[in-house]
Design a protein around this ligand. Structure first.
Ligand SMILES: [Zn+2]
Length: 277
């Protein structure tokens, strides 16, 4: 447990999910009255990248917990984490906590695939991801990339971080909302990522009720202006889902956009099948 101070219970559970995609892999998820923020990368510049959708971080309601999927600069981004103060509860893959503690963050807990964290009304399962573990070519910091399945209220949300396809994706039951990466900050993505076609295959494997595509259309290299391919991943993903017959799952928003999945949908979804005669 260390110095990790979990979210204090006491917030009444709400049977709805609201997610706000802040751009790239940064998603603010409100589930069972708890605010979960994934991989914040919110600054106008990030290394050699520029952001195309400004986000006013001061207008973001403080998250109860931040989930970090892996140590790449566009996912574990210290200046973006600092926007939420040094006390914010942060869950990171094993091997990454020392970096944040050195930077003054005091409420950091490590996790690894297969483990689970109880956080007030939420259960956060850590699942594998297939993605490079090193922070960068000249860095000694490394941590196995992970994804998270967040359960709370009456809904289940999957946040993969960055990953390629892997078999275990097909073994989870009842994912309500999958926040799938479909691109990156360049024209294409390589191995260890989902491109629109592999992301469509992930939808077949995971079989989520709703899919919100992320990790596209947000950052691109400085000097390119606004590249013509910025929104191509979303267009291709839509076409791939339509071709696979899963186009009705797509919930497409642009960076900064909000998606609210109303409680009534979740309740119909949860009718127990065993009781039917
Ligand atoms: Zn990455």
């Amino acid at each position: 447990m260390g110095d990790f101070e979990p979210y204090a219970a006491g917030v009444p559970p709400a049977r709805s999910v609201a997610v706000r995609w802040l751009g790239h892999a940064s998603v603010l998820i409100e589930l069972a009255g708890v605010r979960v923020l994934t991989d914040p990368a919110l600054t106008p510049r990030l290394a050699h990248l520029r952001r195309h959708h400004a986000i006013d971080a001061t207008a973001i309601e403080p998250p109860d917990v931040i989930l970090i999927s892996h140590v790449h600069l566009d996912h574990l981004h210290v200046p973006s984490l600092r926007l939420f103060g040094s006390e914010v509860a942060t869950i990171v893959p094993a091997g990454a906590a020392a970096l944040l503690r050195r930077k003054g963050f005091r409420n950091v807990r490590e996790t690894r695939a297969g483990s689970s964290t109880e956080l007030g009304p939420l259960t956060i399962d850590t699942v594998p991801a297939v993605h490079p573990s090193s922070r960068g070519p000249h860095s000694r910091i490394a941590a196995d990339a992970v994804g998270y399945i967040v359960r709370g209220g009456d809904a289940v949300v999957y946040f993969p971080g960055d990953t390629d396809l892997f078999d275990e994706m097909g073994t989870w039951d009842a994912i309500d909302l999958a926040l799938l990466p479909i691109g990156g900050w360049w024209r294409t993505v390589g191995e260890g990522h989902l491109d629109p076609s592999r992301a469509a295959r992930a939808v077949e494997l995971i079989d989520p009720r709703h899919v919100l595509p992320v990790h596209w259309g947000t950052y691109s290299p400085i000097g390119l202006g606004r590249p013509a391919w910025l929104n191509t991943p979303a267009e291709r993903f839509r076409a791939e889902l339509d071709a696979a017959g899963t186009g009705d799952r797509l919930r497409l928003v642009t960076p900064g956009g909000t998606l609210v999945l109303p409680p009534v949908e979740w309740e119909t979804h949860r009718e127990p099948a065993e009781d039917t005669p």
